[in-house]
Design a protein around this ligand. Structure first.
Ligand code: 13P
Length: 256
C-alpha cells in the first residue's frame, strides 16, 4: 500500500459558471494550505481548467473526468490524453458509471486507459456493480470490468493506476439509492486486490484502491479506517468547499 492517501473531487458537470468554479477552487486551495500527508486531486469540467491552473497551489493536482484514446486528429468533440498532459493535467477518471451508462464499453475504456498511460497521465479507473444480487454475481461483474478494462496494460505502468470502487447503487444521484458501508467497501477492495494480483503479481501493491459513492463528512472516516481503501472519490460533496475540505482534514489526521 502506498503511504499517501488520496482524496479526489469529481465535480461532474458542475458548477454552471467559471466564476463559481474559481471561487470553489480558491476556497479549497486556502483551506488545504496546511495539508501535508494527503494527495488532493480535483477533476473539474475541461472548460474551467485554464482558469483553475492559474490559481497557485502546490497541494492540489488537476484531473479530468474523461480523456479520448488517440493523440490528434478528426475526432469531433473529443479531447486527447496527450493534449491534457501537455496542458498540465495529471489525472483522468476513466470508465465512470455515468459515462458507461451513455454507452461506453469496457473495450472503449481499455483504449482510453492505454492512451492515457502512454501520455503519462495517472488513471482513476471506476468500477462497480449497478445492483447487488443474493448470489453475489456482482463480484464477477466487477472482475470482468477490471479484466476487460486492463487488457494489455503493462506491469511497468501499474503505479499510475488507481481503482475507484463506486457501487452505482450508492451514488448520490441513483434513484432509490442505498448507503454502502465500510464493510461493503472492505470486502470489495480485498476482492479487487485478488483480481489485480492474479494479473499483475506483486506489483499490485503499487495500485491504490479508493471508494466513491455518496461519501460525506459523516462517513468518510469510517470508509478510510475500515473500508480497506487508500482514499475517496467524492462527487456531490466536492462542490461544497467546506465539507470537501473537512473530508481532506479527516484524511490528514488518519494519515500517520
Ligand atoms: P456522489 O459522491 O455524488 O455519490 O458521486 C460519486 C461519484 O460518482 C464520484 O465519481
Amino acid at each position: 500500500m502506498q503511504s499517501k492517501k488520496l482524496i479526489i473531487g469529481n465535480w461532474k458537470m458542475n458548477p454552471l459558471t467559471a466564476k463559481e468554479a474559481e471561487k470553489l477552487f480558491s476556497v479549497v486551495v486556502k483551506e488545504v494550505s496546511v495539508i501535508k500527508k494527503t494527495e488532493i486531486v480535483i477533476c473539474p469540467p475541461y472548460i474551467y481548467l485554464e482558469k483553475l491552473k492559474k490559481i497557485r497551489t502546490s497541494k492540489i493536482k488537476l484531473g479530468v473526468q474523461d480523456a479520448f484514446g488517440g493523440d490528434v486528429g478528426a475526432f469531433t468533440g473529443e479531447v486527447s490524453a496527450d493534449m491534457l498532459d501537455n496542458f498540465g493535467v495529471r489525472y483522468t477518471i476513466l470508465g465512470h458509471s455515468e459515462r458507461r451508462s451513455m454507452g461506453e464499453s469496457n473495450a472503449d475504456i481499455n483504449k482510453k486507459i492505454k492512451s492515457a498511460l502512454t501520455s503519462g497521465l495517472s488513471v482513476i479507473l471506476c468500477v462497480g456493480e449497478n445492483t447487488r444480487d443474493q448470489d453475489h454475481g456482482y463480484f464477477n461483474f466487477v472482475k470482468t470490468q477490471l479484466e476487460e478494462c486492463l487488457v494489455g496494460v503493462s506491469k511497468n505502468l501499474v503505479s499510475k493506476i488507481i481503482i475507484a470502487y463506486e457501487p452505482v447503487w450508492a451514488i448520490s444521484t441513483t434513484v432509490d439509492r442505498k448507503d454502502a458501508t465500510a464493510a461493503d467497501s472492505l470486502e470489495m477492495s480485498i476482492f479487487i486486490k485478488k483480481v489485480l494480483s492474479d494479473k499483475f503479481g506483486g506489483e499490485v501493491s503499487k495500485i491504490r484502491i479508493i471508494y466513491g459513492g455518496s461519501v460525506n463528512t459523516k462517513d468518510a472516516e469510517d470508509f478510510l479506517k475500515n473500508g480497506g481503501v487508500d482514499g475517496l472519490l467524492v462527487g456531490r460533496v466536492s462542490l461544497d468547499a467546506k465539507k470537501f475540505t473537512e473530508i481532506i482534514k479527516i484524511c490528514e489526521t488518519l494519515n500517520k
